[in-house]
Write a protein that binds this ligand. Structure first.
Ligand code: GLA
Length: 376
């Protein structure tokens, strides 16, 4: 019996009908371009969020979380209303709403993906619930469409205008591979990310600066990119080359230009990064990762002192490439480095954080793992 079943039974009186798990993600390259029809290259972490669910006959959605001491939140099925209810419950309930389910449900969540660390605990939560409901109601929804439903829950029910990257990788990733996602049509390609034979490791540095993406910075930047598309009269930033974009600089105000320049150049970095990985050229790949950080810091302006210290220190002590990942303003950075350099890099980052009076960082290493699945 899965450990969550026992707790579920204690809370709701009988065991769950379905249990599903979905991972958080690490994004290698392709940041803030998923909502621009761009390419992204994330992989699924091994850390999972688990959703246990059963139907009830009370026409009520009851949601509890192991991380919230099992307190039960309730809402009538007829009363589901975007942007209402205890904030964290909007993610699972939003998925119920997005899938149009009209039955009463008991839902228990156990989230093991670190919260607020830029590792997409929210998509893991949505994707675990979506996967469980797809099975429970035999909806036969394809994986790309399930990702879109989870994204709709977050966009509309939670009110966060995120793109499609996190839900897609959480649902569609395969073990051992990063997932190249074309966010225009959700077609995917598995890209081998086999760094171990090269003596490399991917270090995740959680700055412990907690970001809240529902805040305005994410939406403002997205709006700047949409403004650039409108002013330039193009269909998408995907449809203009870096060279043509630069040539039209005078048509955009400086803030719009630099934010959109990040988008246009980042899409090229993803394709260059994939080409480097296909040749096992990790040196070049690392440089692309670092260029991504520089662009997020200087053009897109979503870094923060803790992320910059983490990245600069990693690079100073031998990292092949390092950058902030995810929404920005906090959360995590990654470093691709020799396994033999990991301890030194961790030590130096901890020292640098102390010297700057930052809270101590946390470290993980991460390898590409499988996407959402049912658990027996
Ligand atoms: C958040 C969003 C994603 C994506 C990233 C930035 O994680 O949920 O859709 O936009 O930020 O790449």
């Amino acid at each position: 019996m899965h450990p969550i079943s026992k707790k579920f039974e204690e809370l709701f009186g009988s065991g769950p009908e379905v249990i599903a798990a979905a991972p958080g993600r690490v994004n290698l390259v392709g940041e803030h371009v998923d909502f621009l029809d761009g390419f992204v290259l994330p992989f699924a972490m091994k850390d999972l969020t688990i959703a246990a669910i059963s139907k009830n006959n009370d026409a009520v959605i009851r949601v509890a979380s192991q991380q919230r001491s099992g307190e039960i939140f309730e809402v009538a099925v007829e009363k589901l209303e975007p942007l209402t209810g205890e904030p964290w419950t909007r993610y699972p309930i939003g998925v119920v709403w997005a899938l149009g389910i009209k039955s009463g449900l008991n839902i228990l969540i156990d989230g093991q993906v670190p919260l607020g660390a830029g590792l997409s605990s929210s998509a893991a939560l949505e994707s675990s619930v979506a996967t469980a409901l797809n099975h429970l109601f035999d909806l036969k929804i394809s994986k790309p469409n399930l990702s879109l439903a989870a994204q709709r829950a977050e966009n509309v029910y939670v009110g966060m205008p995120c793109g499609i990257m996190d839900q897609s990788v959480s649902i569609m990733a395969h073990e051992g591979f990063a997932l190249l996602i074309d966010c225009r049509d959700l077609s995917t390609q598995d890209i081998e990310f086999n760094i171990e034979p090269a003596g490399l490791e991917l270090l995740v540095i959680d700055t412990q600066v907690h970001h809240a993406l529902v805040d305005g910075g994410y939406a403002q930047r997205r709006a700047s990119c949409e403004k650039a598309v409108a002013v330039l009269g193009i269909t998408s930033l995907r449809d203009i080359s870096v060279e043509d974009f630069v040539a039209r600089k005078a048509e955009l105000d400086p803030t719009t230009y630099s934010r959109a320049f990040h988008g246009v150049s980042e899409m090229r970095r993803v394709l260059d990064g994939v080409a480097a990985l296909k040749k096992n050229d990790f040196e070049t790949f690392g440089k692309i990762v670092t260029q991504c950080h520089q662009s997020l810091r200087d053009n897109y302006t979503i870094s923060c002192p803790e992320l910059n210290v983490a990245v600069d220190t990693a690079l100073k002590f031998g990292s092949l490439g390092s950058r902030l990942i995810g929404g920005g303003y906090g959360g995590s950075a990654i470093s691709l480095n020799k396994k033999s350099d990991t301890e030194k890099i961790k030590e130096e980052i901890s020292k640098a954080f102390l010297a700057n009076n930052f809270a101590p960082p946390r470290f993980f290493t991460s390898q590409p793992s499988a996407g959402a699945r049912l658990i027996n």
